[in-house]
Write a protein of this length. Structure first.
Length: 237
């Protein structure tokens, strides 16, 4: 596995989005709409907003399962559309539900740990996003923001390693959740540099989508979902 491989996944993911745009763009629009609702109802409640967005980032791979099916069908030369995406969800695969629950618990744990650390080591109350910006991010003499970033990286790494190919594998083959997670860890151990670059690209592109007032998520979400399918195809025999 070379360092250039993640760029190939992005190219192929973009090609899939262009070949079958409707399901992907609807997924992206739903993600952007969710973000707008969060901003509208929780813009003055920092921890609720942080929890909602963290949960979205962690659970998004499960939500994109239908788009993995689209990429799989396109590779087989099949005509794909909304019907095929809905068929994935109608199957109500308990393995995907169990894995989604595990990811949701991981997201909840991160927000609770983050809130405990920030509120314990910050003298001012952090109730709104502007409070977090002033008293944590822009604090000149403090170390809380740096520690918060390090804690986030430590907690995010095992979640990424456990899920990078697990969800496409659960869709594609009849394996249990434990096998999918162990397979995901094995591919990370086999290609750590390429997967580290892939993780950085996922976070950077998602961040850029959010910086556009969330509008960029309409394209970013399906693009990265299709690309993730191609990552799975290259990483798992």
């Amino acid at each position: 596995m070379t360092l250039g491989q993640p760029l190939s996944w992005l190219r192929r993911g973009w090609a899939d989005l262009r070949a079958c745009p409707l399901p992907g763009l609807l997924h992206g629009l739903a993600a952007a709409a969710f973000g707008w609702l969060v901003l509208y109802f929780a813009h003055d409640h920092f921890w609720i907003m942080a929890g909602a967005f963290s949960g979205f980032l962690i659970v998004a791979p499960i939500v994109a399962t239908g788009l993995y099916a689209v990429s799989r069908g396109l590779a087989r030369g099949q005509r794909m559309g909304l019907a095929q995406v809905l068929a994935v969800w109608r199957s109500q695969d308990p393995r995907l539900m169990h894995f989604g629950l595990l990811l949701a618990l991981a997201g909840t744990g991160w927000v609770m740990t983050s809130a405990a650390m920030v509120t314990s080591f910050t003298q001012m109350p952090i109730d709104r996003p502007i409070d977090f910006l002033h008293y944590v991010v822009l604090e000149e003499e403090g170390w809380v923001f740096e520690a918060w970033l390090m804690l986030g990286g430590v907690l995010a790494a095992p979640v990424f390693a456990s899920s990078v190919v697990a969800i496409p594998l659960l869709l594609d083959r009849q394996v249990d959740v434990l096998t999918a997670v162990l397979t995901s860890w094995r591919v990370v151990q086999a290609s750590p540099a390429a997967l580290a670059l892939w993780a950085a690209l996922l976070w950077a592109i998602t961040g850029l989508g959010m910086l556009t007032g969330l509008l960029g998520l309409v394209v970013v979400v399906p693009w990265l979902a299709h690309a993730s399918w191609h990552a799975y195809c290259d990483l798992v025999d």
